[in-house]
Design a protein around this ligand. Structure first.
Ligand code: CTP
Ligand code: K
Ligand code: MG
Length: 181
């Protein structure tokens, strides 16, 4: 597979997992998922994981997957190679897995004594990949194995931290986010 083709497929296939975190930042607020509960002297998740942010994040990912699926034939035609159309389960795995990964990362951050907003290099950039890809494989293995070849997975692992750092830096500069990570 050509390098550019692999890059485009990796980016396209991951878009429904990339958007939820950014949508959650824009839509976040309101009741925290953990309801303010603590475990020991630390919060379970913290005020940065809210019901509204999570619901809007998943909804944004699903909506984007639907739009990409509608335009897929046209895009594939003009590119000269196929990009993925998303099955409902693949979309759910990507969007839901991204939010779940982010929530699990916050759980780990609180357990390790990090306050809300503290950085956790590595985890911050890849938490949603680590959960969304296995979840997609679990929900729709046919779709997963068609698109996530070893090459695509490798590109995702390299591309995701780069995109994560740049989008979060931009969101910070635009004063949408409190920290640049
Ligand atoms: N957000 C939300 N619900 C989520 C994820 C994010 O409401 N499930 C919103 C919150 O307003 C959060 C902001 O998006 O503060 C930034 O997200 P993130 O960086 O993931 O949260 P942090 O505030 O940094 O908290 P944590 O340390 O737990 O990651
Ligand atoms: K995060
Ligand atoms: Mg943060």
């Amino acid at each position: 597979m050509a390098v550019l083709e692999t890059l485009v497929i990796a980016f396209w296939a991951m878009l429904p997992a990339y958007v939820p975190n950014n949508a959650a930042v824009l839509a976040g607020g309101g009741r925290p998922i953990d309801g303010g509960r603590t475990w020991g002297d630390k919060r379970v998740l913290g005020d940065g994981k809210t019901w509204r942010g999570t619901a809007m994040g998943v909804a944004a990912g699903l909506a984007l997957a639907a739009v990409l699926t509608v335009v897929e034939p046209t895009v594939s035609d003009s590119l000269g190679f196929d990009v993925p159309a998303f099955t409902p389960l693949a979309a759910l795995g990507l969007a839901g897995g991204a939010m779940l990964g982010d929530i699990l990362a916050s759980f780990l951050k609180r357990r390790t004594g990090r306050q809300r907003g503290a950085m956790f290099p590595g985890l911050d950039q890849l938490d949603f990949v680590v959960v969304s890809l296995p979840l997609v494989a679990l929900l729709d293995f046919g779709w997963f194995s068609t698109w996530f070849t070893l090459e695509v997975v490798l590109v995702v692992v390299v591309l995701t931290p780069i995109l994560h750092v740049t989008t979060n830096m931009a969101a910070y500069k635009l004063e949408l986010k409190n920290e640049p990570w």
